[in-house]
Design a protein around this ligand. Structure first.
Ligand code: ZN
Length: 207
């Protein structure tokens, strides 16, 4: 099965990918991960990509498409996570064929709650959440007893902006796959376990 997973930052895309990979033995394909590997391995492609990343530029479509195609070449069971992001990218994989697109739907309020409740240990990097993953002592790291902090990016104004940009950029893609009749929206507001169960139930109907 060839799947695409779409969802705003904070929608739980990473969690759902993991569940799908486990449940259906799919390959997880994320351009971000592949690009970083190419750079690390210092391949010809990796060196080209590195130049863009170091300048702080977006990696151009052609490279992203190339690495994704290399990664899924000849395979029939995968979930694409973080790709495609644009109509151009979507059209470029048209020939490969996409069976289903899952859109994780989540409200801005929930995304704000998920991000703004995050706390991190500045010393050992352990992550917490004031509601979903509380430390044993409020505001203190379980592992090294350092006082927890909130990342600057995790404030509501920045989260709202990320959410707005995501929707603005992704709406054309949503429409594109809706028109093809292969897009299904799944409620991503429940806790991870329940959200995974919802997605798995949907995918099972396609088998
Ligand atoms: Zn710590």
């Amino acid at each position: 099965m060839k799947l695409i997973l779409l969802g705003a930052p904070g929608s739980g895309k990473g969690t759902v990918s993991e569940c799908l990979v486990k449940e259906f033995d799919l390959k997880h394909v994320s351009p971000g991960v592949i690009l970083r590997e190419e750079i690390k391995k210092e391949t010809t492609l990796g060196k080209d990509i590195k130049a863009f990343v170091e300048r702080g530029d977006l990696v151009p479509d052609q490279f992203v498409v190339e690495v994704v195609k290399l990664d899924i070449n000849g395979k029939d069971n995968y979930v694409l996570d973080g790709f495609p992001r644009t109509i151009v990218q979507a059209e470029s994989i048209e020939e490969i064929g996409v069976d289903h697109v899952i859109e994780l739907e989540v409200s801005e309020d929930i995304v704000i709650e998920r991000f703004s409740g995050r706390r991190v240990c500045p010393k050992c990097n352990a992550g917490y959440h004031i509601k979903f993953l509380k430390p044993e002592v409020e505001g203190v790291c379980n592992k090294c007893q350092t006082e927890l902090i909130q990342r600057k990016d995790d404030n509501p104004e920045i989260i709202k902006e990320r959410f707005r940009v995501y929707h603005e950029k992704t709406q054309p893609l949503i429409d594109y796959y809706k028109n093809k009749g292969i897009l299904v929206s799944v409620d991503a507001s429940p806790v991870p376990k329940e959200m995974c169960d919802n997605v798995i139930r949907v995918v099972k109907e396609w088998i």
